[in-house]
Unconditional design. Structure first.
Length: 372
């Protein structure tokens, strides 16, 4: 019991860090006009440069404007564009502010001084990697389309060539890797999936949870739940990324938090114990809209949005299968012990529900709760 109490405390103390979208920025270049736009989250710039001069926790336009030179200098020192064997000079332009699904971003407009970007050229992206290894730079080409790219600590330097710009394989591979990365750091999606897996190998009757005693029966039940979740979030991920449907990000993220809480509570008070596949499908529709967030800001600039969507979705499913493959045998084995349903699963589910309720409050009210 002591170990599970510690687990509950760990989950709760991790709530503030887990409740927010991973750090990213959006870089767009127009090779024909030799202009660029770089959207960088204000919260990340504040962490790196201390933009909040008065320390009141609220960034103002005046505070950002006063630090504009420092912001441009910091960013431009961490970006290089090379063409025809030499670096292009980056000339700062207008500083603006724009809103993305996860908050306000500084918009750095700049010009490039180099011959042209019609032939092979390269990007070296180094922003925030020294501060946050999970940061990603999402790149797209303005005006003429071309393949998007994702920059991370292991892919800081990437080359682009008009002759191979429309090859689908680099897009598939890049977005598959990012899809797997996204799901493995998407703590809300993972905890929803884990909440669905915790009763694997168990069946509910009037006396409570009991072990089914069959690995095959447990595997078939989990396969049905995971398949339902996969079909649902793949559907809405695709529709959202292709702009067929669009809901306010704030309420999507709040609904995801609510789904995690309800899935966890269903393990304690099993209202849908025999319909968990339907539970997974219904809430999976919401999760798909949240997972699609990373594609929305770069898909429009790609000449191969379907390849990007397919690669990203395959990566998400691969990451999900890794989690299921690791968790399933452990959960089924643990379910054979009489203490598992009443202690381990119950307290784990309670901890997940508490954490999800904190997320729900933060996301719906757009606040950060200084609880721990």
């Amino acid at each position: 019991m002591k170990n599970w109490t510690l687990l509950c405390l760990w989950l709760c103390c991790s709530a503030p860090a887990m409740a927010h979208k991973a750090s990213d920025s959006y870089l767009s270049l127009d090779p024909a006009r030799l202009q660029g736009r770089w959207d960088i989250a204000l919260r990340d710039l504040d962490y790196a440069l201390g933009l909040d001069a008065n320390g009141d926790g609220a960034l103002t336009w005046g505070e950002l404007r006063n630090m504009s030179d420092a912001v441009f200098a910091y960013a431009m020192q961490r970006l290089s564009v090379a063409s025809a064997g030499r670096d292009c000079a980056l000339q700062p332009g207008q500083l603006l502010v724009d809103s993305h699904s996860d908050g306000n971003y500084a918009v750095l407009n700049f010009a490039l001084s180099c011959p042209d970007l019609a032939g092979p050229w390269a990007l070296d992206y180094r922003l925030f990697f020294d501060l946050d290894a999970q940061h990603r730079g999402l790149f797209s080409r303005a005006g003429t389309g071309g393949r998007p790219a994702i920059f991370g600590p292991d892919s800081q330097w990437q080359t682009f060539d008009v002759a191979t710009e429309h090859s689908l394989w680099p897009v598939l591979a890049s977005f598959a890797g990012e899809g797997m990365h996204h799901i493995l750091i998407g703590y809300d999606h993972l905890l929803f999936l884990i909440s669905l897996l915790l009763p694997a190998g168990l069946a509910w009757d009037r006396t409570g949870w009991r072990a089914v005693g069959s690995w095959r029966a447990a595997a078939l039940e989990v396969a049905g739940v995971v398949t339902a979740f996969t079909l649902a979030h793949s559907l809405t991920l695709s529709l959202t990324a292709l702009h067929v449907i669009a809901l306010p990000a704030r309420w999507v993220e709040a609904a995801i938090a609510a789904s995690v809480a309800l899935a966890a509570l269903n393990n304690i008070y099993p209202l849908l114990a025999r319909r968990r596949a339907w539970l997974a499908f219904g809430f999976g529709l919401i999760h798909g809209m949240g997972i699609a967030t990373v594609l929305l800001d770069i898909g429009d600039g790609s000449s191969s949005p379907i390849a990007a969507l397919l690669g990203f979705n395959l990566g998400v499913e691969a990451g999900q299968l890794v989690v299921v493959a690791l968790a399933f045998p452990l959960v089924v084995y643990a379910g054979r012990f009489t203490a598992y349903p009443g202690s381990v699963m119950r307290w784990s589910s309670a901890a997940i529900a508490v954490l999800a309720c904190i997320w729900l409050a933060e996301r719906s009210l757009e606040i950060s709760l200084p609880i721990f």
